[in-house]
Write a protein that binds this ligand. Structure first.
Ligand code: DGL
Length: 271
């Protein structure tokens, strides 16, 4: 009966929520968006790890049974570390996304946040599976702010997208990975620029397939009634609700939460 907790910096995780609704409609979800601190993609690895170390204990206090990082930046930079630190199944996007892409193409482009691109998490994961494919990663710093400002259909967004995609088009890619969960929201823009033969890979699909396998393996599937998704944010609930209603279909109820920061206390000896 417990929820699956999913988190992102903002509305990107809604593309993972959409897949959960499609593939695992019986599961109940807690969605957290760290909107007070977005974008994550231009932050340092240390900051991202710190944020994830604050989000997971809060999610555990909400009794979640499993956590999905609905954020590539956190998956690339913090997943391996926090998996050792917390006693809860935690899944990320990179491996499922890499595996899905390798099955589809030979010349793979990855569009991602600057932090994810710089980590080369996708390139490394793909080459681990198949050393014969070629991979090119492009950091796209302007996409997340444009999406969070609801500028999806601005002429400027098309201009920026053309600029980011050009180096990949020059390489004649056959497959493009959405290396950030915000980017499927830009599908109409990207489709308008990409040649029709280029396959788009949304890692959320395979992440949710992996989630289903994990739930079955651990015998954690929901056997009760599904309860409505809970939305929690660290920034403005109104702003998140207004922006996300276009994807959710209705105006969600959103509440603000305050994450307690981890205090690094000096160790003192007590005499
Ligand atoms: N949607 C997240 C990702 O997949 C974070 C984007 C951001 O905040 O920069 O990387």
């Amino acid at each position: 009966m417990q929820r699956i907790g999913i988190f992102d910096s903002g509305v990107g995780g809604l593309t993972v929520l959409r897949e959960l609704d499609r593939q695992l409609p019986q599961e109940s979800i807690l969605y957290f968006a760290d909107t007070d601190r977005l974008p994550y993609g231009t932050r340092s690895p240390q900051e991202i790890l710190q944020f994830v170390r604050e989000i997971i204990p809060w999610m555990l206090s909400q009794q979640v049974k499993m956590i999905l990082m609905a954020c590539n930046t956190s998956s690339a930079l913090a997943l391996e570390t926090v998996r050792q630190e917390f006693d809860v199944p935690i899944l990320g996007l990179i491996l499922p996304g890499a595996a899905a892409a390798v099955h589809k193409g030979q010349r793979i482009g990855v569009i991602a946040t600057p932090a994810t691109a710089a980590s080369h998490a996708y390139r490394d994961a793909i080459l681990e599976i198949d050393t014969t494919v070629q991979v090119w990663e492009v950091g796209c710093p302007e996409f997340v702010p444009l999406i969070e400002q609801n500028r999806l259909h601005d002429a400027y967004t098309y201009e920026v997208a053309r600029r980011y995609l050009q180096p990949l088009l020059d390489r004649d890619i056959d497959t493009l990975i959405y290396g950030c969960t915000h980017y499927p929201h830009l599908e109409p823009v990207l489709r308008a620029i990409l040649p029709p033969g280029v396959r788009l890979i949304d890692p959320a699909r395979s992440l949710v397939q992996a989630t289903q396998q994990e739930l079955t393996l651990l015998n954690l599937q929901n056997r009760g009634d599904r309860v409505p998704t809970q939305f929690r944010v660290s920034g403005s609930p109104q702003q998140f609700a207004r922006l996300s209603q276009q994807w959710l279909g209705d105006f969600p109820h959103v509440e603000k939460v305050y994450l307690s920061t981890t205090l690094e206390l000096p160790i003192e000896s007590i005499d």
